[in-house]
Design a protein around this ligand. Structure first.
Ligand code: NDP
Length: 274
């Protein structure tokens, strides 16, 4: 039987994961089936049970189910446990093994594809939701000089700071304190503001001249965040398409034992940021 995988979310029609994994399988010469599954908002576990019974070998998990997947797992990687969220699973007998490749996808894209070293840089991370939580451990492993966490709800940023405080220099603050805290070498928008075209109150002083500004949202062109970075004089901007492909490559390697090439697919999927 052909090995069966899927991405599960709600909604799921927009997901690029089936296309990405089909491309990986083709270049690796693997025959796999990869589906898009929509689970009811209150029916995540039932949908996975069905998928496993139908022979499902592995899953990617997208919004809004990353925390449900965390609860469903019987085994969690350290980074999934720390993030409190799961974006990939594999099933072996009764084992529901879970990991989270979002953060490593982001740091791989920044360092390997965009050629931007994180070590010793001042990093501003906007947002304190699932994506920001998942990025903390991979960022800290690269030893930045400092991570400043800014979030609309400062209490959530503070919670995240407290969780990782022992592992690096981390500060939590609100947007109103950003002006005095800048400039930063790497400014990462891990909020969902760009999904809705919303602007973030980031002062131009946040951006160092040679900064990289990175929006996790992809496929939206020049988002308000990236536009603000450009207006502040930043030349290096990127959206989250590379992160998306890199996290998929990690999951594919975890399932199939082969790490696919990501460069050609990222190039094909990139839309101009202007
Ligand atoms: P969550 O819903 O968990 O968190 C959303 C975050 O955005 C919170 O910190 C929230 O602040 C903040 N936020 C939302 N709207 C605004 C606003 N108008 N102004 C200021 N802050 C705002 O989402 P995720 O962390 O899961 O995802 C964040 C983004 O990352 C999404 O856009 C998603 O598409 C993208 N993403 C991209 C991936 C990729 O592969 N490229 C992978 C994963 C995510 P508060 O806490 O105050 O509400």
């Amino acid at each position: 039987m052909t090995d069966r995988y899927a991405v599960i979310g709600n909604p799921i029609g927009h997901s690029k994961s089936p296309m990405i994994h089909a491309a990986f399988a083709k270049t690796a010469g693997h025959h796999i089936e990869y589906l898009a599954l929509e689970a009811p908002l209150d029916g995540f576990a039932g949908k996975i049970d069905e998928f496993i019974q139908s022979g499902g070998a592995g899953l990617n998990i997208t919004a809004p189910f990353k925390q449900d997947a965390f609860a469903y797992a019987t085994e969690l990687s350290e980074r999934a446990r720390l993030a409190g969220a799961v974006n990939a699973m594999k099933f072996e007998g009764d084992r529901r093994i879970a990991d989270n490749f979002d953060g490593i996808g982001l740091t791989n894209d920044i360092q390997h594809n965009l050629g931007y070293r994180i070590k010793d840089r001042r990093l501003l991370l906007l947002g304190a939701g699932g994506a920001a939580r998942g990025a903390m451990m991979p960022f800290l492993e690269e030893q930045p000089a400092e991570i400043v966490l800014a979030n609309r709800s400062v209490a959530k940023a503070e919670e995240l700071r407290a969780q990782y405080n022992a592992q690096g220099r981390i500060t939590a603050l609100g947007y109103e304190s950003l002006k005095a805290a800048g400039p930063f070498d790497l400014v990462i928008n891990a909020t969902s503001a760009s999904l809705h075209g919303a602007e973030l109150p980031i002062p131009r002083e946040s951006f160092a001249k040679a900064a990289l500004a990175y929006d996790l949202v992809y496929g939206k062109g020049l988002t308000p965040f990236l536009r603000a970075a450009k207006q502040a004089g930043v030349e290096r901007i990127a959206d989250g398409v590379g992160m998306l492909v890199e996290q998929a490559a990690e999951a594919f390697a975890w399932w199939r034992g082969v790490r696919p090439q990501t460069g050609p697919l990222i190039t094909k999927m990139t839309i101009p940021l202007d």
